[in-house]
Write a protein that binds this ligand. Structure first.
Ligand code: IMP
Ligand code: MG
Length: 186
């Protein structure tokens, strides 16, 4: 597999393989299907990092649902959060009275999701649940816990399966730790 992607050269190591991810996403889909039966669900994809996870996950949820996309400010060409969240692309439809699933790639400081939870609550969502692919609890700066988390990971900067560094590596099928030499000068 590795030989097909030259991007693998920039990784220190692979953290999660596509097989591991696929199995966990299937499990998560089943859990959500059980927990949300009979509810009026909107799945919100937080662009761009969650896009790959989102597309896989929604196909494992065996319930009627609608999808929405939202983009918020990201790190840019840096591996550290600025702590400031901005909405770059907002939802097309109202979340009022809906059971909202915010689907995110990773909870790091927790600042982004804390902000988004506040936005959904302010807009009158009936319930708000956070679904994340990855969780880096070591770096939390606000008190935020995901309702559904696929993998807890150590404090390292990771890329692949939607996650980027400077907009690259999103197309890697596995998740790996980026070599610090790649971002040493940023
Ligand atoms: P938070 O607000 O600090 O929790 O940041 C969440 C956002 O930071 C995620 O949606 C990612 O876009 C980005 N991020 C945090 N850690 C990583 C990482 O290890 N790799 C890639 N992006 C990350
Ligand atoms: Mg993101």
């Amino acid at each position: 597999m590795e030989s097909t992607h030259q991007l693998y050269r920039d990784l220190d190591r692979i953290l999660l393989t596509q097989e591991e991810i696929e199995q966990k996403v299937r499990e998560m889909g089943r859990k959500i299907t059980e927990d949300f039966a009979g509810k009026d669900i909107i799945c919100i994809c937080i662009l761009k990092g969650a896009s790959v996870f989102f597309c896989d996950l929604i196909r494992q949820i065996d319930l009627p649902l609608s999808i929405e996309f939202m983009a918020v400010s990201s790190y840019g060409a840096s591996t550290k959060s600025t702590g400031v969240v901005r909405i770059l692309k907002d939802l097309d439809r109202s979340v009022e009275g809906k059971d909202v699933l915010i689907i995110e790639d990773i909870v790091d400081s927790g600042v982004t999701l804390n902000y988004l939870k506040g936005v959904m609550s302010h807009r009158g969502a009936k319930s708000i649940s956070i679904v994340t692919l990855l969780d880096k609890p070591a770096r939390r700066r606000v008190d935020l816990q995901a309702d559904y988390s696929c993998f807890e990971i150590p404090d390292a900067f990771v890329v692949g399966y939607g996650l980027d560094y400077d907009e690259k590596y999103r197309n890697l099928p596995d998740i790996g730790v980026l070599s610090p030499s790649v971002y040493a000068n940023n």
